[in-house]
Design a protein around this ligand. Structure first.
Ligand SMILES: NC(=O)c1ccc[n+]([C@@H]2O[C@H](COP(=O)([O-])OP(=O)(O)OC[C@H]3O[C@@H](n4cnc5c(N)ncnc54)[C@H](O)[C@@H]3O)[C@@H](O)[C@H]2O)c1
Length: 292
């Protein structure tokens, strides 16, 4: 499936997705409501591409890759028709109403053969499909942050996605030099965040109950299971308020006790200990280091 890509939302994820598509040789139209965000997105791509080129991970020069990205200022999803686009993906904030409006506009801008996708982490893909006239070609493409470095992409089948569209999306992800994880049911947290959340909740409970320190849990998980970061240092990096909101959202949707935010997580957030950004979370960063 050769052809251009439309990316709506040029924040952390949209800019990264646009870069990944351009690296793979695709022309990209990147849309945002904020000109500063669009300019910043292009500025961040250059050093990222330079690093990838230095490591030999891309064959073209950053300048050639960047010339494939065209930025457009618009609040309406796509300022102009995109008849050649083979994929339109949205990465606007996690607001279901906003996403529905943008998806509808995107569907109006592309041809009837294009795939339409959401990069949502938390909104059910099936609930977003309702906004489209042809929900069969709509699915989740869940890139991980930062998209330029994270090779795994979850491809999520909604209740309405056709097998043809799902298979085309898997092939398209491979064509972007990314590794598609095929998610056959639209469950809250899809596959990988469910695993990460349950492991991290258990890690927090073990610390809460005094079974082990945060440092020992993280060191043990890294040493025994080969994780690059432990679950508690990851939570501190993401921000404990963000972690609590994501976990609480899934718990509210499912009532599944595996996702219930542990008391220690709630207490830390209540006390303003939000992880690295506030100087303290599971670790103390006041001296610039993460000490237990
Ligand atoms: N940040 C992550 O780690 C991460 C990881 C995976 C998935 N996601 C998902 O990706 C999506 C985007 O997240 P993000 O972290 O990039 O958010 P972000 O806030 O960095 O970027 C969102 C962008 O959308 C733009 N926007 C808002 N309204 C718009 C409109 N009407 N038209 C065009 N652009 C508009 C904003 O100006 C902003 O630049 C969310 O659904 C999020 O759940 C995020």
């Amino acid at each position: 499936m050769q052809g251009p890509v439309l990316v709506v939302g040029a924040g952390a994820m949209g800019a990264g997705i646009a870069q990944v598509c351009a690296q793979a040789g695709r022309e990209v139209t990147l849309v945002d409501v904020d000109q500063g965000v669009l300019d910043g997105a292009l500025e961040r791509m250059r050093p990222s591409l330079e690093k990838l080129a230095k490591k030999g991970n891309i064959r073209e020069t950053p300048g050639i890759v960047l010339r494939r990205v065209r930025t457009v200022l618009s609040a309406d999803g796509a300022a102009e028709p995109q008849p050649e686009a083979v994929l339109a993906i949205e990465a606007v904030p996690e607001d279901p109403e906003l996403k529905r409006r943008i998806l509808k506009a995107m569907e109006g801008a592309v041809s009837s053969t294009a795939l339409i996708a959401t990069n949502t982490s938390g909104v059910p893909v099936t609930a977003l499909a309702e906004s489209l006239q042809e929900p069969g070609r709509f699915l989740g493409l869940h890139f991980f942050n930062p998209p330029a470095l994270m090779r795994v992409v979850e491809v999520i089948r909604s209740e309405r996605t056709t097998t043809e569209s799902f298979d085309a999306a898997v092939a398209l992800v491979r064509s972007l030099d990314r590794d598609p994880v095929q998610v056959q049911q639209d469950l809250p947290g899809f596959v990988l965040n469910r695993i990460a959340m349950t492991a991290s909740n258990e890690a927090i409970r073990l610390v809460q109950e005094g079974v082990a320190t945060a440092e020992d849990v993280d060191r043990g998980v890294k040493g025994a299971f080969g994780w690059r970061m432990g679950p508690l240092e990851t939570a501190d990096l993401v921000g404990l308020d963000v972690v609590l909101a994501a976990r609480g959202g899934i718990f509210d949707q499912t009532g599944d006790p595996r996702f219930e935010p542990p008391a220690l997580l709630r207490d830390l957030v209540d006390q303003g200990h939000l992880g690295r950004k506030s100087g303290r979370g599971f670790y103390d960063y006041s001296d610039g280091e993460g000490d237990d």
